[in-house]
Design a protein around this ligand. Structure first.
Ligand code: ADP
Ligand code: MG
Length: 435
């Protein structure tokens, strides 16, 4: 028995049998990858691996310390990802610094209006590197898929046997500093100038770092001169990054600058469905819809939510239905509720329906007004923590029974009228996305 297995046997004594059988039993210790301060385990699917990492890694680390006297970091990864990566490595002539994630490929990137432009740009660059847009500069908010897209291009190219370097600009900076310290700058230069494709993620971190900017400028020129493709990402347009040498900033714009916008509702739904498929979680359409409307625009959040739902349902032995989902996500929603006011919701609804906010809150009885008011009340009830009497007061209704009557009416409409339901979903999405 190796040390990893011994530790898991110890852990078995501390948890219930069903927990052990469900999560820990199939965990495999990777002797090769583990070191005296790092313990690597492989799990069979992404959800289980996330769950173990968050739930048990501290315990496991503690048990290691008890056994070996060393403090270790516990890392739980997917069984397949390392195997897949090995296969990629075998088939290709490559440098040792590429850190491409083999599961970030074009095939599992969902395309919608918000990311269509960036997707097409990266796709065409991957089909014709060095020739169409060089450099390609992708920018947009956190969790919108910049890294995924960039890695997709890298994977395509690497599978053709080319050498691809993927690095974040922080890693690049560290590498630079290390080579300076060791007086091995020629090695640094050779490494980055010899690759066939250079991917640098989150380039905004180079802001105000003059030494590395100077060095990177020369790397950039050398690669571009040789027709080697460069792809860069950042959280902002090159012009807005600030603290960049002018010659770099202008070169960043030489090829193509493409932005990624937050996903629309349909794209979010498509992404959730694809992640469910990947992780073998099955959710009904109304749950998928609910998740899509309540999550922020950050796509990364989706994976966390799915693993949470899965883990809860496994632990509590219940199927995932809508009520269960709402309950499981209530903390997430609570945070959001803190930020939403009845004013902002009313404002958004009235803008969408082309009515003045003051009219929505008036006692006017025209059909349009009543329609808008009912929608605003319903969404306020769903998305804020206001009580029924508070809603009644805000919307100028008689009392809480008038509010509960309104909400009942809207619920009936949602059940029977698909278009109306879509309207409510879209509005909810708009409101939660704007905070
Ligand atoms: P960024 O680099 O823009 O912060 P990432 O590329 O790291 O974002 O994306 C965050 C997570 O969301 C990743 O797991 C990625 O696979 C996923 N993701 C983002 N956009 C999409 C999309 N359009 N389709 C499928 N998955 C996506
Ligand atoms: Mg990223």
């Amino acid at each position: 028995m190796n040390i990893g297995q011994e530790v898991l046997q110890e852990l078995k004594k501390e948890i219930t049998e069903s927990e052990y059988n469900r999560y820990i039993k199939h965990l495999a210790y990777d002797i090769k990858k583990s070191t005296s301060d790092l313990a690597v385990f492989h799990a069979s699917n992404a959800l289980v691996s996330n769950w173990i990492q968050s739930k048990y890694s501290e315990k496991i680390s503690h048990l290691f310390e008890v056994k070996t006297g060393n403090k270790v970091t516990v890392r739980v990864t997917l069984k397949n990802s390392s195997e897949k990566r090995k296969i990629v490595k075998k088939n290709t002539i490559k440098t040792s610094h590429s850190l491409l994630n083999p599961s970030q490929i074009f095939d599992n990137f969902m395309v919608g209006g918000s990311n269509q432009f960036a997707y097409s740009a990266v796709k065409s660059v991957s089909e014709n590197p060095g020739n169409v847009y060089n450099p390609l500069f992708i920018y947009g908010g956190v969790g919108l898929g910049k890294t995924h897209l960039m890695q997709s291009a890298g994977n395509v190219y690497e599978n053709q046997g080319k050498s691809v370097i993927y690095t974040t600009s922080e890693q690049l900076l560290n590498d630079f500093v290390r080579h300076i310290r060791n007086k091995t700058m020629e090695k640094f230069q050779e490494k980055y100038r010899k690759c066939d494709m250079l991917l640098i993620d989150d380039i905004q971190f180079l802001s105000n770092k003059e030494g590395i900017q100077e060095e990177f400028f020369h790397t950039f020129e050398a690669l571009r001169g040789d027709g080697k493709q460069i792809i860069l990402t950042a959280d902002k347009h090159p012009k807005k990054i600030g603290g960049l040498e002018e010659r770099l900033q202008s070169r960043f714009e030489w090829g193509l600058v493409a932005d990624i916008q937050p996903p629309e509702l349909e794209t979010k739904i498509a992404i959730i469905k694809s992640k469910c498929e990947l992780n073998k979680v099955s959710l009904t359409p109304d749950i998928v819809n609910y998740i899509a409307t309540v999550i922020d625009n950050n796509v990364r959040e989706i994976e966390g939510i799915l693993s949470r739902l899965h883990a809860y349902s496994q632990l509590m032995h219940v199927d995932i239905d809508l009520a269960f989902t709402k309950n499981a996500l209530k903390d997430q929603l609570k945070e959001k509720k803190m930020n939403l006011s009845m004013e902002s919701i009313t404002h958004c609804v009235s803008k969408d329906l082309n009515i003045k906010p003051s009219e929505v809150r008036s006692k006017g009885r025209s059909k349009n007004l009543v329609y808008a008011r009912r929608i605003a009340i319903y969404i306020c009830r769903e998305l804020t923590q206001n009580t029924m009497p508070q809603l009644a007061q805000y919307f100028g209704m008689k009392d809480h029974t008038a509010i509960s009557h309104t909400i009942k009416k809207i619920n009936e409409l949602i059940q029977t009228d698909e278009d109306f339901k879509t309207k409510i979903d879209e509005l909810t999405n708009k409101i939660t996305s704007s905070t």
